[in-house]
Design a protein around this ligand. Structure first.
Ligand SMILES: Cc1cc2nc3c(=O)[nH]c(=O)nc-3n(C[C@H](O)[C@H](O)[C@H](O)COP(=O)(O)OP(=O)(O)OC[C@H]3O[C@@H](n4cnc5c(N)ncnc54)[C@H](O)[C@@H]3O)c2cc1C
Length: 531
C-alpha cells in the first residue's frame, strides 16, 4: 500500500490576497454587498491540489479537524455555492486541468475537473470533435463546475445539458474515499453518475469526468426572425422542436430583451446562406475587448427612451441608470411603449445537404414570423458570450441585476412569464428570453434589474432588501407554477431554503449522511447539512 500523502507537500496559501480570490462566486447578492462596503468572509486557507491523491489527503486532514471544505472551479457560479466561513478550506481545482484521453472511436473524452471550458472545446475541435457545451461563461467556468451545477450551454436543444453528456465520474467523498461511477458499469450505472451530477460540492469533490463528444458539423445556417407576438413565437418554437428539424440554436427574446439588441430590417427575399464551419466551435466569436463592454446593457434602451423625449437633456439618462432602476414600475411602463416585437434566432448545423433538407421543415414550423435574414444570427454568434460581461456596469451605476432561470412544460410557459413580470413589477425591470427548448417544454431565462439605496446601512429601501424581496417573490412564482427551481444555475444558498421544504430532500440528506458523515463538504449548499 503506498504511503499516505502528507498535506505539507501540497500547494496552499492563507494569504489574504489568495483567500480573497476564492471567497465568493459571482452571486449578485455578494456583488451588491461588496459594492455597498460589506466585507467578504475570507476562508482559512486555499489549496491547489494536482491529483486525486492530493485531494484525498486534504479531505482526510479536514475531516480530522472537522473543518468545512468548499470545492472551487472558476467561481462563476451565481447562486452562492461558494460561501465559506472563516474556518473553511477552499479546494481550487484549476491545477487539475489535463485531458487524460480523447477517444475518437468511442466518441469520448476523459478530462480533469479543473479544466476551463473553452480550453477543452479548443482541444476537441483540433481533434475534429465538439462537446457541444457553450455556456456564456465558457471562458470562466470549469468542467467540474459544469457537472456540479448541471450546467446548460447555448446549444442545449441539439447537444443536451451537461448531464446528458456525462458518462463517467471520479471524485473523493467526505470520508476521503475515492468514488467512481460510469453509465456502462453494472455496479454503479447511470443512477450513480446522475446522483453526483448537480451536487454542488455537497456529496463529493469531482476530480475527473468522462464525457460524450460528437464530430464537428461541417456547415451552419443562422437566421433572425421577428414574431408577431410572444404566443406566436412560443408556438413556433414548440413546433420547431417537435418537427424533428433538430435546431442547434433556438432563442426567442421577449420584446424588452429584443429591444436591447440592435435592430435589423426585414429581409424576406434574402436567400439562405449555408456557411462552412460549425456553430459548435470554440473561438469563432469576437472575444477580445470591445467598446460595447464599456456601456451597461440598458444603454440601448435608455437611448431609445431619450428619443421618446422622456428625458429633457440629451444623454441625461446614461447618468441616472441607478435612479431609473429604483423606479422599475415607471421604467417598465415606459419601456412597454417602445412596442418592440419578440425576436428569434434559429440555427442549424450539419452537412450542406442535410441543412438544405431540414430548412423547409424549419420554415413550416414558424407562425407569424418575419424573416430578418442572416445578419442577426451571425451577429448573435459573434457576440454570444458578451452581454454578461457588461453587467458590472449596472452595479457601478448604483443598480443591481440578476438572472432567474427555470423550465416548465409548454402549456405553462406564457402564464409563468406573465406572472413573473407582474410579481416583480414594482421591484425590478424584468425581461426574458427562451433559449433552451426541448420537445416537451423550454427554459425561461429572466433578467431582472433594480435599484435602491446604496451603502451598508441597510433598511427596507436598500438595494439588498429590494434584491432579497425580488427573489422571494420570484421563487414563490416558480413554486406556484410548478416550474423548476433551476434549469442550469443550480441551487447554491440562494434557493436552499426553498429546496429544503421539498420531499426529495430526505433522499438527498440520506446520501449526504452516507458519503459525508461529518458534514464537512460545502455545508448548507442545496439546503443540506448546514446552518
Ligand atoms: C457571465 C456568466 C454567464 C453564465 N452563463 C451560464 C450559462 O450559459 N450556462 C450555465 O449553465 N451557467 C452559466 N453561468 C453560471 C456558471 O458559469 C455555471 O454555474 C458554471 O457551471 C460554474 O462553473 P465554475 O467552474 O465557475 O464553478 P464554481 O462557481 O467554482 O462552483 C459552482 C458550484 O460547484 C461546486 N464545484 C465546483 N467545482 C467542483 C468540483 N470539481 N467538484 C465538486 N463541486 C464543485 C462549487 O463548490 C459550487 O458550489 C454563468 C455565470 C456567469 C457569471
Amino acid at each position: 500500500m503506498p504511503a499516505a500523502l502528507s498535506v505539507s507537500e501540497i500547494l496552499a496559501s492563507s494569504d489574504g490576497v489568495d483567500t480573497r480570490a476564492v471567497a465568493t462566486d459571482l452571486w449578485p447578492r455578494r456583488l451588491i454587498e461588496r459594492r455597498d462596503g460589506i466585507a467578504a468572509t475570507l476562508p482559512q486557507q486555499v489549496w491547489w491540489p494536482q491529483s486525486q491523491a492530493e485531494v484525498q489527503a486534504i479531505v482526510h486532514a479536514a475531516r480530522a479537524q472537522r473543518r468545512p471544505i468548499v470545492p472551487y472551479g472558476a467561481g462563476s457560479g451565481v447562486c452562492g455555492g461558494i460561501s465559506p466561513t472563516t474556518q473553511t478550506w477552499v479546494i481550487d481545482l484549476k491545477r487539475m486541468d489535463r485531458i487524460i484521453r480523447i477517444d475518437p472511436a468511442a466518441h469520448e473524452v476523459v478530462v480533469e475537473a479543473g479544466m476551463v471550458g473553452d480550453r477543452l472545446e479548443r482541444r476537441l475541435n483540433e481533434a475534429g470533435f465538439t462537446l457541444g457545451h457553450f455556456p456564456s461563461s465558457i471562458y470562466s467556468s470549469t468542467v467540474g463546475g459544469w457537472f456540479a451545477t448541471r450546467s446548460a450551454g447555448q446549444l442545449s436543444s441539439r447537444y443536451g445539458k451537461i448531464e446528458d453528456m456525462v458518462i463517467g465520474v471520479w471524485g473523493v467523498d467526505g470520508r476521503g474515499e475515492r468514488i467512481e461511477a460510469h453509465v456502462d458499469d453494472l455496479p454503479t450505472g447511470p443512477g450513480a453518475v446522475q446522483m453526483l451530477c448537480g451536487s454542488e460540492g455537497a456529496l463529493a469533490i469531482v476530480t475527473q469526468l468522462r464525457l460524450r463528444i460528437e464530430p464537428m458539423p461541417s456547415h451552419r445556417w443562422l437566421r433572425g426572425f421577428t414574431a408577431s407576438s410572444l404566443q406566436d413565437g412560443l408556438t413556433s418554437m414548440q413546433r420547431l422542436l417537435q418537427s424533428g428539424a433538430a435546431p442547434s440554436v433556438v432563442r426567442l427574446y421577449d420584446p424588452l430583451d429584443a429591444a436591447l439588441s440592435s435592430s435589423h430590417p426585414p429581409q424576406p427575399n434574402e436567400p439562405d446562406h449555408i456557411t462552412g464551419g460549425a456553430i459548435a466551435c470554440a473561438g469563432i466569436e469576437d472575444s477580445g475587448p470591445h467598446p460595447d463592454d464599456e456601456t451597461n446593457p440598458f444603454e440601448p434602451l435608455l437611448q431609445r427612451l431619450e428619443k421618446l423625449m422622456i428625458f429633457s437633456r440629451p444623454h441625461a439618462s446614461r447618468t441616472i441608470v441607478g435612479e431609473a432602476l429604483a423606479r422599475p414600475a415607471l421604467l417598465s411602463g415606459l419601456l412597454d411603449r417602445l412596442d418592440a416585437k419578440p425576436r428569434f434566432i434559429i440555427g442549424l448545423e450539419g452537412s450542406a445537404d442535410d441543412i438544405h433538407q431540414r430548412l423547409p421543415v424549419v420554415r413550416r414550423s414558424l407562425v407569424g414570423a418575419t424573416d430578418l435574414g442572416a445578419a442577426p444570427g451571425e451577429r448573435w454568434l459573434s457576440h454570444r458570450h458578451r452581454v454578461s460581461y457588461r453587467m458590472s456596469k449596472v452595479f457601478a451605476a448604483g443598480g443591481w441585476v440578476d438572472t432567474c432561470e427555470t423550465a416548465c412544460g409548454w402549456a405553462e410557459v406564457l402564464p409563468l412569464y406573465r406572472a413573473m413580470r407582474e410579481a416583480l413589477r414594482d421591484l425590478a425591470v424584468v425581461m426574458c428570453h427562451f433559449s433552451h427548448a426541448y420537445i416537451d417544454g423550454c427554459s425561461l431565462y429572466f433578467t431582472f434589474a433594480g435599484g435602491g439605496t446604496t451603502g451598508s446601512e441597510g433598511g427596507p429601501r436598500s438595494s439588498l432588501s429590494r434584491y432579497d424581496l425580488a427573489w422571494e417573490r420570484a421563487l414563490l412564482v416558480l413554486r406556484k407554477h410548478g416550474a423548476a427551481l433551476s434549469h442550469h444555475h443550480g441551487i447554491g444558498r440562494l434557493k436552499a431554503h426553498v429546496a429544503r421544504s421539498d420531499g426529495t430532500m430526505t433522499v438527498l440528506a440520506a446520501m449526504k449522511r452516507a458519503l459525508d458523515p461529518d458534514g464537512i463538504l460545502n455545508p448548507g449548499v442545496l439546503g443540506v447539512g448546514g446552518p
